[in-house]
Design a protein around this ligand. Structure first.
Ligand SMILES: [Zn+2]
Length: 333
């Protein structure tokens, strides 16, 4: 008792409000884990007072209720709760977490045929990432996700088409072309989450920024008068190509997967002997933001980031695009 009085005296000396027991305040949310969006309740424990709930969507609720029903609408959800009895103030934070699974990426469907798993050179090919359930005779395919998702990228690369150790991807088409939309007309049906490739075909970019199409494709330039394909006339043996698919779910999380797929050979040998191979291809490379173009064999090509490379079949095409020859690789001309 004597020591308690000493304590009170000490508190008074320190200017604190007295000898009351500290006010316990804590808040929690139940459940704190669930599939977003889900209903939850914030529960506070404190003496009578006023509560101010600051929710992550900016809403602020002031009430005498020690409970508040909320909707957890994001994967990392938190709210701050302020309690006061008019004299004292306490705050606490509650955190809830979304358990929503990331998308699961199964291999895409080729040309709408569940059992088909190969690519043929230059064949108009539909790569379809929409989800298709398994049947007794076919495997599941496409992107499985409880939540909304969208395609971010599809890349088809072939190991025999490389430059400075990184692949030269095949051209991708999404007819009818709309910025940022992944869909493709195939057999008169507009397939969502899909695109068209012509395996092995990589083209120059037209003035609209999209690749030249090897045949009419809505929204793309189809050039009949000039060759626009950088490996034109080159023979390829069979190889194992890679389809890479990147998706983003509605929470902004990106998930990707790569699928190896057999790619059949082109004609790469005739009775007259072998046709030119991938290393014999003659084409030119520029940085999309630069003003010069290079021979593919120029050392400077390797300093251009793969995503910034623009390819040209002929010097004239590069010059038509306003580029000038590199003084290093064309210096002796
Ligand atoms: Zn050069």
């Amino acid at each position: 008792m004597r020591s308690a009085c000493v304590c009170c005296a000490a508190l008074l000396v320190l200017g604190l409000s007295g000898c009351e027991r500290p006010i316990a305040f804590d808040a929690r949310i139940e459940p704190s884990l669930g599939h977003v969006p889900y209903a939850a309740t914030i529960l506070c424990r404190a003496p009578r007072g006023e509560y101010t709930y600051a929710l992550p969507d900016g809403q602020v609720v002031t009430t005498a209720d020690a409970e508040l029903s909320v909707t957890v609408d994001r994967l990392q959800w938190s709210a701050e709760i302020r309690w006061t009895n008019g004299e004292q103030v306490r705050t606490d934070t509650v955190v809830a977490t979304g358990s929503n699974a990331r998308p699961t990426l199964f291999r895409p469907r080729i040309n709408g045929i569940p059992s088909r798993w190969f690519l043929s050179p230059f064949e108009r090919t539909l790569i379809d990432a929409s989800y298709h359930e398994a049947t007794v005779s076919t495997d599941v395919s496409g992107v499985l996700c409880d939540d909304a998702w969208h395609l971010v990228d599809v890349r088809l690369t072939c190991p025999l088409k490389t430059l400075c150790g990184s692949p030269i991807p095949d051209s991708i088409f999404c007819p009818p072309r709309e910025d940022g939309v992944w869909h493709a007309l195939y057999d008169a049906i507009l397939c969502e989450n899909a695109c068209i490739v012509y395996p092995l075909y990589t083209a120059e970019l037209a003035a609209n920024g999209a690749p030249y199409a090897p045949r009419p494709e809505e929204g793309y330039v189809h050039s009949t008068s000039r060759v626009r394909e950088i490996y034109d006339g080159i023979g390829f043996p069979s190889q194992e190509a890679t389809i890479e698919i990147v998706v983003e779910d509605e929470w902004g999380r990106r998930t990707s997967a790569v699928f190896k797929i057999p790619l059949h050979a082109t004609v790469y040998s005739t009775l007259d002997g072998p046709v030119p191979g991938p290393d014999d291809a003659v084409f030119y490379v520029a940085d999309r933001r630069g003003v010069v173009y290079h021979r593919r064999t120029c050392d400077l090509v390797c300093s251009i980031a793969p995503s910034s490379r623009a390819y040209y079949c002929a010097q004239q095409h590069a010059e038509d695009a306003g580029l000038t020859p590199c003084s290093v690789c064309f210096g002796s001309d």
